[in-house]
Structure formats: structure tokens, C-alpha cells
Design a protein around this ligand. Structure first.
Ligand code: NAD
Length: 258
């Protein structure tokens, strides 16, 4: 029996990579899905629909608070409930602090961090009223450890881990839990861009750049699969995870154990 039948999940940035895998994972457990994000929208909707659930799409830009509020309101209006919120939308930019463009700083903080505040802010009243909710914030190993050239990303991901703990504590006596997932390298379009940049910079093949990237940081030498992260998200929404609260859960091939 799929354990999320009748629930509604909003997954931000679910047109690609980790977000799409999580939307599919939750849909396989019976949850109806509000999808969001840019790019390959039709393909993503079709892949989620193939799981036999209801799917709606809202193109809210996660850097815009008014659009985020509308996304939450439209989700509750369409499905009558919003039970699972996965804050996954994220972008990346690399430069040293002194070279980091201010507009990139602002947009990374807005999309990777502030959006999770605004979605939670608008979704929590309904979840608390129903005394059931799951908020999963997709952070990163960079929410736990630093890295050069990623100031905005590292700051945003540390911030979202902090927001996770506060949200979990404020709701600890309710049926609403909040946890973060901290992936290491996952070969999604976001990381593919970094692979391509490295291949060009170092004059090496794409395959060599991919292997160099993953083996430098992850003791396993393997990328984490989006489906493995989806399985963790499904677990965090399940009955056995009701006492998992305020956790930042790594899935990183051993990266942060070093
Ligand atoms: P991706 O580029 O494949 O997907 C990002 C998604 O976010 C897409 O659906 C995109 O359309 C959406 N998005 C981007 N800007 C948006 C905006 N302004 N409004 C709405 N949607 C927007 O990336 P991914 O690798 O799947 O990353 C997903 C999340 O996982 C991000 O938060 C990222 O920081 C995190 N993460 C990724 C890795 C990795 O190795 N890929 C590691 C750790 C954490």
C-alpha cells in the first residue's frame, strides 16, 4: 500500500535532477504533485504523471516572494491540502569573494535560502491545522563544510540547515517535521556544468573531468544517484521517521566523514 496516498507534495525545482527524482519517488508512494521549475517542463510532468497520480505545474520563480505565496495558495486551492514541502530549487555560481558579482550573490541567497523561508512561512499554518506535515530542505555537504569559490552557495546552504533546525524545534510538539538532506556530488545538469567547465579549463576529456571531480571529494569515488536521495525523502515522509526532527542527513559517499 503506497503510504502517501491522498497526500499532496510540492517539490520546488522538480523539472530536473534531484527535484524530479524526488517528485517521482513521492508520486510512486501515491502523493499528488505540484511541480515547479523551468526547462523541460512537459517531460517532467509526463514522467511524474506516469506514476498514476494527479500532477499540476506552477512556474513560480523561487526568487520572487509574491510568486512563492501564489504557488502555496494555488497548491492548497487545487488539491485542498499541502502536506509535503520539498525545498529543492537551487542554483550555483563560482568565483572568489572579491570577484563575486553582487547580483549573483543576491539571486543565490534568494533561490537557495530565502525561498525555503517563504514556502515554509506560507505552508506551515495549513500543516499545523491538520497536525501533519513534512518539510524537507535540500541542503548540501556545503551546508556542513566550506569550499573555495562558493561563498553564496555555502552561506545559503549553511543557512538552510539553520532554518531546518529552527522549523523543526518550533513544531516539535506537532505532527510537522522538518529535516535537511545534504547530498555530495550528484551528476545532474547543475554538476554537469561544473564538469564541462573543468574539462575546458584543464584541457581534459569530459569523462576525465567527471572522474576527477567525484574522486577528489567523495571517498567512494561514485556519484550519489538522484533516486537514492528520493528514497531518503520518501523515508522522511513515512511513519518510521516521525521522530526524525531537525536533522541534516548526509548522503555524500563519505565526503564529510573525512
Ligand atoms: P538542477 O539544475 O538539475 O535542478 C535545479 C532545479 O531548480 C531545476 O528544476 C530548475 O528549473 C529549478 N530552478 C532553478 N532556479 C529556479 C527558480 N528561480 N525558480 C524555480 N525553480 C528554479 O540541479 P540539482 O543538482 O538537481 O539540484 C537540486 C538541489 O540539490 C539544489 O538545491 C542543489 O543546490 C542541491 N544539491 C545538488 C548537488 C549535486 O551534486 N547535484 C549536491 C548537493 C546539493
Amino acid at each position: 500500500m503506497p503510504h502517501l496516498k491522498g497526500k499532496t507534495a510540492l517539490v520546488t525545482g522538480s523539472t530536473s535532477g534531484i527535484g524530479l527524482a524526488i517528485a517521482i519517488g513521492l508520486a510512486k508512494q501515491g502523493a499528488n504533485i505540484m511541480a515547479n521549475g523551468f526547462g523541460e517542463i512537459d517531460a517532467a510532468i509526463a514522467a511524474i504523471k506516469a506514476c498514476g497520480v494527479e500532477v499540476e505545474y506552477h512556474g513560480a520563480d523561487m526568487s520572487k516572494p509574491a510568486e512563492i505565496q501564489d504557488l502555496i495558495e494555488q497548491t492548497e486551492k487545487r488539491f485542498g491540502t499541502l502536506d509535503i514541502l520539498v525545498n529543492n530549487a537551487g542554483i550555483q555560481y563560482t568565483a572568489n569573494v572579491e570577484d563575486f558579482p553582487a547580483d549573483k550573490w543576491e539571486s543565490i541567497i534568494a533561490i537557495n535560502l530565502s525561498s525555503a523561508f517563504y514556502t515554509s512561512h506560507h505552508a506551515l499554518p495549513g500543516m499545523k491545522k491538520r497536525n501533519w506535515g513534512r518539510i524537507i530542505n535540500i541542503a548540501s555537504v556545503h551546508g556542513l563544510v566550506g569550499s573555495t569559490q562558493k561563498s553564496a552557495y555555502v552561506a545559503a546552504k549553511h543557512g538552510i540547515v539553520g532554518l531546518t533546525k529552527v522549523t523543526a524545534l518550533e513544531n516539535a510538539k506537532t505532527g510537522v517535521t522538518c529535516n535537511a538532506i545534504c547530498p555530495g556530488w550528484v551528476l545532474t545538469p547543475l554538476v554537469q556544468k561544473q564538469v564541462d567547465a573543468r574539462a575546458e579549463r584543464e584541457g581534459i576529456s569530459n569523462e576525465a573531468a567527471k572522474n576527477a571531480l567525484v574522486s577528489e571529494k567523495q571517498p567512494s569515488g561514485e556519484f550519489v544517484a538522484p533516486e537514492q536521495l528520493a528514497a531518503l525523502a520518501v523515508f522522511l515522509c513515512g511513519p518510521d521517521a516521525s521522530e526524525v526532527r531537525g536533522v541534516a542527513w548526509n548522503m555524500d559517499g563519505g565526503w564529510t566523514a573525512q
